[in-house]
Design a binder for this molecule. Structure first.
Ligand code: ZN
Length: 284
């Protein structure tokens, strides 16, 4: 059944007294100012594919130039009331863990501890050849040295459009110098799962295990368009684990949901956390 945002008694009734695994998507972070390119009001976008990145040095140069400016915005972004509500529910022993499709680390920043970053995070960079990793902060320092003044010039242009993958629109990228792996000179890439890439098997197994040990799956802010998230709803439904979905607009998992609430995440999760705190004595 689908209910409107203000009425969530069915949601509370389904989740009360259960240990909850949570799956979150881009709709979770829109109230933190990170646009959801799949939301109902979103502009059309052309997400980068891994093939474009690996096969074209000019594309990579443009990518790193934009990312050099854009990633800071993501790094400065703060969690919202919805993130905090889920962290509080984990503290209370209600939420057992989070699987997120977001790379923004906002759940971790809000205090959630058991977080599975399904698509990686913006804060790390990995070598596609040897697997060496480095922090995005360390890479930023190197890129600063290679491109003195670039950041200031880009910021002077203004009009940055920040995308979910920390990309941003910057003109004049042809002179930008990017960095190869300091260990093997292989290709460095943000440690993010792009279109055309698979989520690492261990990560998927961890997420299935979280769901298998939960009494319910709550999906928050994902249209479940991408299979990497949708499969967990199918998995839960097949195992007889009830699924609740909170999302603005339709989702691919609506037919598998026991309860669907159409609305924004922050508002609903705060409401839910308050209700569950009231109705749940202790699950410890
Ligand atoms: Zn390497």
């Amino acid at each position: 059944m689908t209910t409107r945002c203000a009425e969530s008694p069915e949601l509370v009734a389904l989740l009360a007294g259960r240990r909850i695994a949570v799956l979150t998507g881009a709709g979770m972070s829109t109230d933190s100012g990170i646009p959801d390119y799949r939301g109902p009001d979103s502009p059309p976008s052309n997400p980068m594919t891994i093939r474009q990145f690996t096969s074209d040095p000019v594309f990579r140069q443009r990518y790193w130039a934009r990312n050099h400016v854009g990633w800071r915005h993501m790094d400065d972004t703060l969690p919202n009331a919805g993130h905090r509500a889920l962290a509080a529910l984990e503290d209370a022993g209600v939420v057992t863990g989070l699987i997120t499709q977001n790379v923004d680390l906002l759940h971790t920043k809000a205090g959630s501890r058991n977080v599975i970053n399904l698509h990686g995070t913006y804060a790390q960079v990995v070598c596609l050849n040897c697997g060496h990793t480095m922090s995005r902060t360390a890479l930023a320092e190197r890129l600063e040295e290679l491109n003195p003044g670039f950041l200031e010039r880009a910021q002077a242009i203004g009009g940055l459009a920040v995308a979910p993958d920390a990309d941003a629109v910057v003109a004049d990228t042809a002179s930008f110098r990017y960095l190869d792996c300091p260990r093997c000179t292989g290709m460095l890439k943000p440690d993010i799962v792009y279109f055309g890439e698979n989520v690492p098997k261990e990560t998927v197994a961890q997420a299935y295990s979280l769901i298998d040990h939960a009494g319910a799956l709550l999906v928050a802010g994902s249209s479940l368009t991408v299979f990497s998230g949708y499969r967990f709803v199918r998995h839960a439904a097949a195992a007889g684990i009830p699924v609740a979905i909170v999302n603005r607009g339709r989702t691919r998992g609506d037919d598998l949901a026991t309860v669907k609430v159409d609305g924004g995440c922050s508002e609903l999760l705060v409401l839910l956390a308050n209700e569950l705190a009231r109705t749940t004595t202790s699950l410890h």
